[in-house]
Design a protein around this ligand. Structure first.
Ligand code: ATP
Ligand code: MG
Length: 368
């Protein structure tokens, strides 16, 4: 693993060195992406002609995590907690207010030129809505082949048609559909087209922002199976953002739970689903509907009181404290760090994973 470089634009590392680091392979299980204290504050302005700053929406406010080569990291959390903003920051589609995103040791928030282009090729995104994310006036061949205009080195002009047909085949679509338009496909097929486009440049990481939320249940399963197959075939690492906790458990090796711009808890799927220690995760899991009446009778439901506070004016200390049944004075004054809670340090138990709560305690709610 390359050294983390904070100086890649300030002269510490030349562009050629940065590109070489970005193109170098990473061993399976090594960190490929390291996110450190990432922040995105959107300014709130007032006035039409003379815009005055009156505050900021703290959409992402100090998020840190690693993504390891070959794994799937799921990110869950309520609507508006900042999941899509994190995705856009990782793609460098939004400029971070503060913090770093290291891709193979290079801070992508500071890269430019050839090095940024190389990163952009290696990190791709699949979006939620297959109906609006594909240009209706372009043929499927042009949509999937569009990334080759920017990166002709991946597929020279004469080879593009063959390459696009190969990609259609890889995602389970008939290569003869190459001249069709998006409206001639079903939702599931369109999402396959989106995935084919994401794969076109042989990326290493694919960030999937709710890739199956707009699809019906049986098609969801097909797309998820396809994504798992492609992960093995092309050695991909995924960040998988979704609302559906059972889908996230199915596909993820590790899961991060976000609340109001911060990471509340992160761990393996077993640690998070069977041994959650953060009250927010426990409440979130307890809200999952259970079909089995026997299991339903024995489970405890945690009902959260109050609304989600505004990210423009989040609570002091722990952000979850205004809705937390365990909150004490300390929670209003001290921001809990995302770390293995002191009481579990050194213990070989599934509860010993990172949780941002002063009073983290294991509570089995329900396995989904
Ligand atoms: N361009 C923007 N300008 C101002 N505020 C924004 C902008 N983009 C997002 N926000 C705000 O940032 C917060 C986080 O938004 P984000 O889209 O990241 O949430 P999310 O977790 O993806 O939600 P969902 O699950 O509904 O997709 C929200 O309060 C949103 O209103
Ligand atoms: Mg979103």
């Amino acid at each position: 693993m390359a050294e983390l470089s904070k100086t890649n634009e300030a002269g510490g590392v030349s562009e050629a060195e940065a590109v070489a680091a970005i193109e170098a392979p990473v061993e399976r299980g090594e960190p490929i992406l390291q996110v450190r204290n990432l922040q995105k504050h959107f300014p709130l302005t007032q006035g039409i002609l003379f815009k005055k700053n009156v505050g900021a929406v703290k959409a992402v406010d100090g998020v840190s995590f690693d993504l390891f080569q070959g794994e799937t990291l799921g990110i869950v959390g309520e609507s508006g907690c900042g999941k899509s903003t994190v995705a856009k920051l990782l793609m460098n589609l939004e400029k971070a207010t503060a913090g770093e995103v290291f891709y193979k040791g290079q801070d992508i928030t500071r890269l430019s030129g050839r090095a940024l282009k190389a990163v952009r090729r290696n990190i791709q995104m699949v979006f939620q809505d297959p109906y609006t994310s594909l240009n209706p006036r372009m043929t499927v061949g042009d949509i999937i082949g569009e990334p080759f205009d920017i990166h002709p080195e991946v597929a020279p002009k004469g080879d593009r048609r063959r390459k696009v047909q190969e990609l259609l085949d890889v995602v389970g679509l008939n290569p003869e559909y190459i001249n069709r338009y998006p409206h001639q496909f079903s939702g599931g097929q369109r999402q396959r087209i989106g995935i084919a486009r994401g794969l076109a440049l042989n990326p290493e990481i694919i960030i999937c922002d709710e890739p199956v939320s707009a699809l019906d249940v049986s098609v969801q399963a097909q797309v998820i199976n396809l994504m798992e197959k492609l992960q093995d075939e092309f050695n991909l690492s995924y960040i998988f953002i979704a609302h559906d906790l059972s889908i996230v458990r199915h596909i993820s090796d590790r899961v991060g739970v976000m609340y109001l711009g911060k990471m509340a808890e992160i761990g393996t799927d077993t640690q998070i689903y069977d041994h959650p220690t953060h009250p927010y995760t426990q409440a979130l899991l307890s809200a999952v509907p259970v079909p089995d009446p026997e299991a339903r009778a024995h489970r405890e439901r945690i009902i959260l009181t109050g609304d989600v506070p505004s990210p423009a004016n989040p609570p002091s200390g722990c952000r979850f404290r205004t809705r937390c049944w365990k909150a004490q004075d300390k929670c209003a004054t001290e921001v809990p760090l995302l770390a293995v809670p002191e009481r579990f340090v050194g213990q070989d138990t599934p509860a010993a994973h990172e949780s941002a709560c002063h009073f983290a305690e294991e509570k089995a709610v329900l396995a989904v």
